[in-house]
Structure formats: structure tokens, C-alpha cells
Design a protein around this ligand. Structure first.
Ligand code: 3H9
Length: 692
């Protein structure tokens, strides 16, 4: 097998080129190739200086993540970096694109660093539950001082080539072809008679001891529950108190300890799922239709958010509202959204972006758009009306999409003469910010329309998940069930505040009752009203929540809900207690611990998710994991509910569900898929792999 690392010599300059598409990950063959190339350079009488280059768009994408969790093979990356550093003649890293994680560490192992404008240097390891583990935490502070390393490593951040020059991470910035520029730089260094300059031999510059406390305070708050950011700070601190060789050992120890954590496993599961979720076998080779313009029907919060998302992606938008006043209001909302995007650094210029927005009151203006997304009131007859109008005006081949969050998309499609062109695009609010897009695909939809929806999602920088048709699709259907578990726990003895605290301790940003207050308790009430005619008599009704609605306690917007508010800060609302007591009646009460609460909440989530997968609403367990991660605040470091379920054991979870079913057989009906997997001794992860 040929090595992914080439060694060539031009004159007195050795060129070591790494070519390992797609991202030049530092897998075993690359590490061995680099090691051998350095040996060859050391023994090469002709070569006096060496350049390391990465072929393709990246310099180096970091350690090969697919090797994590498998038995490690020598040479290990930290040793490769030290081997480069210990070379007897100068080595230059010539960086033209992203140098990430281990890739940045290879550059730090070199004696001189040249970057081409457009290059980036980053340490994204914490996003995988790790820290730099090949000397980065020890070498970077020696070059830049502690401050930039503390800015970058706990955050998983990166710097541009210009910034890298400013902080002393690189020695030389150039423009043009990297190979050419590296040759010029190498010749210059030879002419200057430079020698090796080992970063590991440099002392760690003076630092402000308070910086570590400040960083720990910041990251304890920012990365709630995550271990890696705080460990990254420990590693940088080690650089300040230990000699280099000892520091490298300490970094290795910390890195390997993180390798063993469930957080690392969860985050790497999430990393690969991000990429697998849009790869659907049925779409292989299916070409999407071209989308050059979009129509949006309805300019409320959702419609305006969708229009903003499209404008931010550079798509011209025609927005239809029922009258001039509503159209103006929608334009004002979109303008506000774009201004906020400018403030967040997501957009350069709101004014020129707004020139791509047309607001109209007549559907005829949609005759030319390639795709229209409806975001009007959630009522089937209103949707029918909109789709009949769209069907009448839109050109053949255009895609007709609904943003409904629960209505039957097949029925909506049936209102048109072209159901094959109709699809659900369920955005999450605020639509221009939230990453998740559920693509709801009725059986009648043409494959290229589904492919078009995925292509649009990519353009909008959304993470798209395919969902089948049912009430609530993947996310809201599962949400309804775990919300139901929370209500049941209230009747059984847990308080809303205990439940919120336990769920936050699990890692979600908010508990269900805080969330209800934020969204508005009228939403839950309306949903209960809508579902009332089909309610099973064995189901429970949260009568206290209905009473709160009738009292006008709608959450944050009325200053009172499960919490009372001063601004956004809430304190438990004691007035809810008597309403709950009344609902409990003489039911037996349990003394819930946070762990008991978390277990029931999560079991309800997983059980419903298993039904969603079993019924084909979600194609694979990983689609559920991605949905909950991007739409519902599930902590990334836990990988997703299905990954969590695998990690705690499906059999134990099923046993609990069966146990609770003794008291509440209606709610705790085990998912057939869960029973099947337990019987077969398989996991959700096995199902993911079987579908790959
Ligand atoms: C590390 O370095 C630890 C060290 O400090 C210490 C070690 C001792 N490995 O994202 P894309 C695959 S930790 C293996 O679609 P893009 C990816 O799965 C590492 N595979 O492309 C996909 O495969 P497929 C620190 C990788 O252009 C394909 O490449 N580094 C890796 O949108 C294309 O990826 C990171 O955390 C990898 N490192 O984005 C960087 N990276 O085609 C992680 C990618 O089968 N990677 N793949 O689906 C990224 O952030 C993005 O992939 C990158 C390219 C920005 C590089």
C-alpha cells in the first residue's frame, strides 16, 4: 500500500506532503508516513531544511476520529510531533487551510510556521469531549503566552492566519501558492543560516495567575456539566508549572482520562451522526431540483424567521401576507432579525440583503418562485385554502412546502393536483437561529422533492432530519410523551420545581415547566384542547395546568406561571401548589429523588422514540438523537437519548418501564422495538449500523 505521505527533494529542500482525503486526518498510515519522512530527512545529506504540506483544502484535519475507542497503534501522535521537533535540521509547517487539533499540533512540532492568508488554526477537541493531546496545550502557551491558549482550548475555538501572526503562533504570513511561498521562505531561512528552534525548549512566558480562576469560573458556567473545557484549562496550567517533558506526560494523562469518559463517546457519536443524518439510502443518486428563489406565506414570527433564514443564505424571498399592514409588520420583523444577525457577526450588511425581499398581498407573485413555504395558522381548513391557491399559481416543478408542526402533510398535499411536489419543512423557532429542520415526507412525495429539501437545508446551514407523517412528527411527538411523564410525576409527588432542577442537572438547558412558562402556557392548553376529542379515558388531564390557564397565568408573558417573574428571573410560584394538591387528591405520593425524576423522564423519551423508530417515523435511532440534540436542547455530551439508552442498558430501562406499567399501564406501554431489541440482545447503535 502506498503511503499517504510523500517525500521529495528539490535542491536542498525536502518537501513532505500529506495526502489523505477528504480532510487529511492523522490516521495510523499518516502518522507512520510522517515518522518515516522525518527519519529520511534526518539521514538525507542533500536536504538541509524540510517543509510539511497538506494536500487538498485542509492542512490537516486532526487525529483520525474513527480510530478513537479502538486499540491505539504506534507511532502515537504526541510521539510523532516530538519526532518532528527533535529533527536535527529545521522543519517548516506550511499551512494553507484549516490546521485543526492534532493538525495544529503537528504545526507546533515544526520549528517554523508559515501560513497563507485564509488558513486557520484551531483546537476543536472539546467539541469531541477531549483536549489537545499531542503537545498542543504545552507548546502553544510557550509560543503565545497563556492568554490565547485559554481563549482557544476550552472553547474549541480557532484563529485566522492574521490573528495567529499577531499572537505569535506563526512566524510568517504570505499570500499565494503555499508550495511556492514555502520554498521562498525555506530558501530565506537557509540564507539566514537559521537552525532548529524547538518550541518545547522555550520557557513558558510569565502569566497572570488569576487567569486560570477566571477561565474556570467562565467555563463552569458556560459548559454546564462538560468535563473537557475544564480539563483543557488544567492542561494549559500544567504548562506553566511543569518542565516540558513532564507537562507532555500530564497532558497525555488528562487526554487519556477523557478518552474513557461517556462524554467523549457521546460527543463523537454526535459528530458522526451530524454527517450520517442526511445520508439516506433512498436519496442516493437522486438529483435535487434547483432552488433559486423562495416564497413564504405568512409573515408572523415563524414566517418572518423562515424568510430571514432564506435571505441569510442569499436566496431572494417573496413574502405573501393578507394585507399591506401585515406585510409591513413582517418586513419590520425581518429587518429586526437581519439587524440582530449583523450584531452577532453573521451578516455584513442588512440593507443590501433586504433588497432581496419582496412583500406582496397577492399569491400571483409566487408564479415564478422555485419553492414556497407556508407558515400560516395551524388549522387544516386554512392550510387547504393556502395550498389550493399555491396549486393554482405556482409553476410546474415548483416545490410546495408546509411548516406545520403537527398537521397531516398527506392531507395537505391532497388539497393540490400535485401531491408529489408537496413536503413538510418543519422549522423550529426562531427559524433563522435554530439548527434543526424536520423534513416531513408523505408517501406521495417524489424522491427529488425530498432531495431538494435536504439540499435547501444544507444551503440554510440547517441540520435536516427526515420524518414520517404523524401528529408531532419525530420531535414534538416525543416531547408530548416526556412532558406527559413530567405531569404524571407531579401527580405522584414531585413538584414542578424539583422536576425542572433534576432535568437541568441532567444537562438540558431548561426543565419542562420553565420551558412551558417561556413558550406560554396557553400553547399547552390549546394543544390539550385540540387533542381532547381523541383523548383516551385512561389518560390523565393536568387539571392544575388548565386552572393556571383560566387564571391567566400564562408564564413569562404575564409575569406568572410555574414561576413568578421579575424580568426573566423566575422564582417558584407557591400559588400553584394548592392547584396541584387538589389534582393529586388521595393518590399515593412518592418521595422523588433527582435520579428517579431523570430516569422516568428519560425512559418516557426513549420509549416513545423507540415507537417512532419502530413505526418508521424516524428512519434510524440516530435520527432521533439528532432531532433531540438540535431542536430540544438535549446535551450534546450525552450523544442523544438513544445513545444514552444504550449506555445505561436497554434491558434495565425496559424492566423499569414494565415496573411503572403495573401502576399506569396506559402510559408505560413498552415500545415493541424496545422489547424486540432486548430479546435479541441488540442496541439502538446496532440498528444504526445495520442501516448504514
Ligand atoms: C484531535 O486532533 C486530538 C489530538 O489533539 C490528539 C490526538 C492524540 N477524523 O465534516 P465533513 C470525515 S481530535 C476522521 O463532511 P467539511 C467526516 O466524518 C480531532 N474523519 O467535511 C466525513 O466523512 P463522510 C480534531 C473525519 O468539509 C468527511 O471526513 N479535529 C475527521 O464540511 C468529510 O467531513 C476535529 O475535530 C477526522 N478528524 O468539514 C475536526 N474530520 O464523508 C473534525 C472529518 O464519511 N472535522 N472527517 O461522512 C471537522 O470539523 C470537519 O470535518 C472539517 C471539514 C472542518 C475538517
Amino acid at each position: 500500500m502506498t503511503s499517504p505521505v510523500r517525500y521529495d527533494v528539490t535542491g536542498e529542500i525536502a518537501v513532505i506532503t500529506i495526502a489523505n482525503p477528504p480532510v487529511n486526518a492523522l490516521g495510523h498510515a499518516v502518522r507512520q508516513g510522517l515518522w518515516d519522512a522525518i527519519d529520511r530527512f534526518d539521514a538525507d545529506a542533500q536536504a538541509r531544511i524540510a517543509i510539511i504540506l497538506g494536500e487538498g483544502a485542509l492542512f490537516l484535519g486532526g487525529a483520525d476520529i474513527s480510530e478513537f475507542g479502538k486499540p491505539p497503534k504506534e507511532p502515537h501522535l504526541p510521539d510523532v510531533c516530538t519526532h518532528i521537533e527533535r529533527a536535527s535540521k529545521p522543519v517548516i509547517a506550511a499551512v494553507h487551510g484549516p490546521a485543526l487539533g492534532g493538525g495544529c499540533e503537528v504545526a507546533l512540532g515544526a520549528h517554523y510556521r508559515l501560513a497563507i492568508k485564509g488558513a486557520r488554526f484551531g483546537f476543536p477537541e472539546v467539541q469531541l469531549g477531549l483536549i489537545p493531546g499531542a503537545g498542543g496545550s504545552q507548546r502553544m502557551p510557550r509560543l503565545t503566552g497563556v492568554g490565547p491558549a485559554l481563549d482557544m482550548m476550552p472553547a474549541g475555538g480557532s484563529v485566522t492566519a492574521d490573528q495567529a501572526l499577531d499572537i505569535g503562533l506563526i512566524d510568517h504570513l504570505a499570500e499565494g501558492d503555499v508550495h511556492e511561498q514555502a520554498m521562498i521562505y525555506a530558501k530565506g531561512l537557509l540564507a539566514d543560516g537559521v537552525d532548529v528552534r524547538r518550541v518545547g525548549d522555550l520557557p513558558c512566558p510569565a502569566y497572570d495567575a488569576d487567569a486560570f480562576d477566571a477561565a474556570r469560573t467562565l467555563w463552569t458556567r458556560k459548559a454546564r456539566g462538560e468535563v473537557a473545557p475544564l480539563t483543557a484549562i488544567d492542561a494549559v496550567e500544567a504548562a506553566t508549572r511543569l518542565p516540558f517533558d513532564e507537562g507532555i506526560k500530564e497532558e497525555r494523562r488528562l487526554f487519556l482520562s477523557l478518552m474513557e469518559t461517556p462524554q467523549r463517546a457521546g460527543m463523537i457519536h454526535a459528530f458522526f451522526n451530524d454527517r450520517k443524518v442526511s445520508k439516506l439510502p433512498e436519496l442516493k443518486g437522486v438529483a435535487p431540483r434547483e432552488i433559486a428563489s423562495v416564497g413564504v406565506i405568512g409573515g408572523g414570527t415563524m414566517g418572518a424567521g423562515i424568510a430571514t433564514a432564506c435571505l441569510l443564505a442569499g436566496l431572494p424571498v417573496t413574502l405573501v401576507e393578507r394585507d399591506e399592514a401585515s406585510a409591513e409588520k413582517a418586513r419590520a420583523t425581518i429587518t429586526g432579525n437581519l439587524d440582530a444577525a449583523v450584531k452577532r457577526g453573521k451578516l455584513k450588511d442588512a440593507e443590501s440583503t433586504l433588497t432581496k425581499l419582496t412583500t406582496v398581498t397577492d399569491y400571483a407573485a409566487l408564479s415564478d418562485v422555485d419553492l414556497a413555504i407556508e407558515a400560516v395558522f395551524e388549522d387544516m381548513s386554512v392550510k387547504h385554502d393556502v395550498f389550493t391557491k399555491l396549486d393554482a399559481v405556482m409553476k410546474p416543478g415548483a416545490v410546495l412546502a408546509t411548516n406545520t408542526s403537527y398537521l397531516d402533510v398527506t392531507e395537505i398535499a391532497a388539497a393540490t393536483s400535485r401531491p408529489a411536489d408537496v413536503i413538510g419543512l418543519h422549522f423550529f423557532s426562531p427559524a433563522h437561529v435554530m439548527k434543526l429542520l424536520e423534513i416531513v415526507v408523505p408517501d406521495t412525495t417524489a424522491p427529488e422533492v425530498t432531495a431538494t429539501a435536504f439540499a435547501l437545508a444544507k444551503r440554510l446551514k440547517k441540520t435536516a432530519v427526515k420524518a414520517g407523517v404523524c401528529d408531532g412528527f419525530i420531535g414534538n411527538r416525543i416531547l408530548a410523551t416526556y412532558r406527559g411523564a413530567a405531569d404524571r410525576m407531579i401527580l405522584a409527588g414531585a413538584s414542578p420545581w424539583e422536576i425542572d432542577a433534576a432535568i437541568k442537572a441532567f444537562g438540558l438547558p431548561m426543565g419542562p415547566f420553565e420551558m412551558g412558562d417561556l413558550a406560554g402556557l396557553d400553547i399547552g392548553y390549546m394543544t390539550r384542547q385540540r387533542k381532547a376529542p381523541d383523548r383516551d379515558p385512561r389518560d390523565i388531564v393536568p387539571t392544575w395546568a388548565d386552572a393556571m390557564y383560566h387564571n391567566g397565568w400564562l408564564g413569562q408573558k404575564t409575569g406568572q406561571g410555574y414561576y413568578t417573574y421579575e424580568g426573566r428571573k423566575g422564582t417558584p410560584n407557591d400559588a400553584v401548589k394548592p392547584l396541584i394538591d387538589e389534582a393529586r387528591g388521595d393518590r399515593p405520593q412518592l418521595d422523588f429523588t433527582p435520579e428517579m425524576i431523570q430516569r422516568r423522564y428519560m425512559a418516557a423519551m426513549v420509549n416513545e422514540a423507540a415507537k417512532v423508530v419502530g413505526e418508521g417515523i424516524a428512519a434510524r435511532p440516530l435520527d432521533v438523537d439528532v432531532t433531540l440534540l438540535y431542536g430540544y436542547g438535549f446535551p450534546r455530551w450525552r450523544g442523544g437519548p438513544m445513545h444514552w439508552a444504550d449506555s445505561v442498558g436497554l434491558d434495565a430501562l425496559l424492566n423499569d418501564i414494565k415496573d411503572w406499567a403495573k401502576d399506569d399501564p396506559y402510559f408505560w406501554q413498552p415500545a415493541p422495538l424496545l422489547e424486540q431489541l432486548v430479546a435479541e440482545g441488540r442496541t439502538f447503535s446496532d440498528l444504526n449500523e445495520a442501516s448504514a
